[in-house]
Write a protein that binds this ligand. Structure first.
Ligand SMILES: CC(=O)N[C@H]1[C@@H](OP(=O)(O)OP(=O)(O)OC[C@H]2O[C@@H](n3ccc(=O)[nH]c3=O)[C@H](O)[C@@H]2O)O[C@H](CO)[C@@H](O)[C@@H]1O
Ligand SMILES: C=C(OP(=O)(O)O)C(=O)O
Length: 419
């Protein structure tokens, strides 16, 4: 199993190019199943999760290949199976995103239940209830969701999500795009990745309004066409590198990204004492001295993203003062805390809130990554710590950070992968 060796103490300086967003590319790739005409995506990140979804599309009969450095063309004209097997779904929960498109175009699907994961139980009950309201008959057996649509075509419906769900909103947007009639999604997720999906779907001929707000209206059409689309930049990767810059008292610029995608994160970085220089497609950050402690309360967009919680918790470990970090989306997203405590961080956990008292310097230690963003937080901690930190189980990190060692080395970090 690969490990990342991080030798702390370097001040990060220079530019880091940001890749396309994993959490946008996954639903965009799933959306290609909605059309019999090829769809081409560019700015697709090279990540393990993308490889998994491409394998799943291949398993369904689609021809999907990287046709350029970051371009993927998917031809879903000849779908031969509507079965998403456990072997693929278990490695990536976002595989559930094929359910809506398969239901919409073929009126049937058999998709493995994703199961829980390190950060929480993460059920898909809201996805299923919404598809049932659109006329799907759904049973569960042997760990699989069996879905069939009497008459073959989903019907538009009025849907109110009890909780804001990102992939749930995406699944229903895709299902509704080919349904008979109008679907209204209330309490919809408003994340930038939802807007990116709506942009592609509109290019394919879908009629969607209200994306980016809590009410999305979709008027179903009989057929969708091919289209081309560039994946939105990864706001979580952007935020992660900015925190790494801030933690090391650095002077960095993240490029190929947009500040409007991550306003809550930028506001908190400023509160922590970072000076930002926002340009059209890049963000500069300068940090002098230790950061100030900040409080974080995760919430659906436009609130503070849960996917940046671990990174800001680390920022607080070496900050001046006491910061409180509350995780309100997932019930078990503090697994980085015991690892950070092993590096000398002063953190008290009480339910869904961590209270962090900043220390002058973290100490290096062997640590274990438990999930994607926890891995990133441990790498950031290692960059700011004294000595050599070995981060184990970085396969989690490879799900979501493209060429992380190369990008960090490009700004002066001393990191290397140990096979
Ligand atoms: C591939 C992708 O885009 N992943 C993101 C997506 O995950 P994902 O879409 O899985 O997360 P959701 O927005 O669905 O989950 C939000 C909360 O709702 C709960 N819930 C969700 C669906 C459901 O049917 N029932 C239910 O109870 C979940 O357990 C969780 O507590 O949004 C999360 C919240 O911003 C991010 O952390 C993930 O990075
Ligand atoms: C939790 C995440 O992803 P996923 O939903 O794919 O597990 C994430 O990107 O931080």
């Amino acid at each position: 199993m690969d490990k990342l060796q991080v030798i702390g103490g370097s001040t990060l300086r220079g530019e880091i190019p940001i890749s396309g967003a994993k959490n946008a590319a996954l639903p965009l790739l799933a959306a290609t199943l909605l059309s019999a005409t090829p769809v081409r995506l560019t700015n697709v990140p090279h990540l393990d999760d993308i490889t998994t979804l491409l394998k799943l599309l291949g398993q369904l009969g689609a021809q999907a290949v990287f046709d350029d450095q970051d371009g993927v063309e998917v031809d879903a004209s000849e779908i031969t199976s509507v079965d998403a097997p456990y072997e693929l779904v278990k490695t990536m929960r976002a595989s559930i995103l094929v359910l809506g498109p398969l239901a919409a175009r073929f009126g049937k699907a058999r998709v493995s239940l994703p199961g829980g994961c390190a950060i929480g139980v993460r059920p898909v009950d809201l996805h299923l209830a919404a598809l049932a309201r659109m006329g799907a008959e759904i049973t569960q057996e042997g760990g699989y969701i069996n879905l069939s649509v009497p008459g073959g075509r989903l019907k538009g419906a009025h849907i109110l999500f009890d909780m804001v769900t990102v992939t749930g909103t995406e699944n229903i947007m895709m299902a509704a795009a080919l349904a008979d009639g109008v679907t209204v999604i209330e309490n919809a997720a408003q994340e930038p990745e939802i807007v990116d999906l709506a942009i592609l779907l509109r290019r394919m001929g879908a009629r969607i309004k209200g994306d980016g707000s809590a009410k999305i209206t979709i008027e179903g059409v009989a057929k969708l066409d091919g289209a081309e689309h560039s994946v939105v930049p990864d706001r979580i990767e952007t935020g992660t590198y900015l925190v790494a810059g801030a933690m090391t008292g650095g002077d960095i610029r993240v490029t190929h990204t947009f500040a409007h995608l991550l306003e809550p994160v930028l506001l908190k970085l400023e509160e922590a004492g970072a000076v930002l220089d926002i340009q059209d497609d890049s963000i500069g950050l300068t940090m002098k001295g230790r950061p100030r402690a900040v409080n974080i309360n995760t919430a659906p967009h436009p609130g503070f993203p849960t996917d940046m919680q671990a990174q800001f918790l680390v920022l607080n470990t070496m900050a001046n003062g006491i910061g409180k970090v509350s995780e309100n989306i997932f019930e078990n997203r503090f697994m980085h805390v015991p690892e950070l405590q092993r590096m000398g961080a002063d953190i008290q956990l009480d339910g869904h809130t961590a209270t962090i008292r900043g220390v002058e310097r973290l100490q290096s230690a062997p640590v274990m990554a438990t999930d994607l963003r926890a891995s990133a937080s441990l790498v950031i901690a290692g960059l700011a710590a004294e000595g050599t930190t070995l981060v184990d189980r970085i396969y989690h990190m490879d799900r979501g950070y493209e060429r992380i060692e190369e990008k960090l080395r490009g700004v002066g970090a001393n990191v290397s992968r140990i096979k």
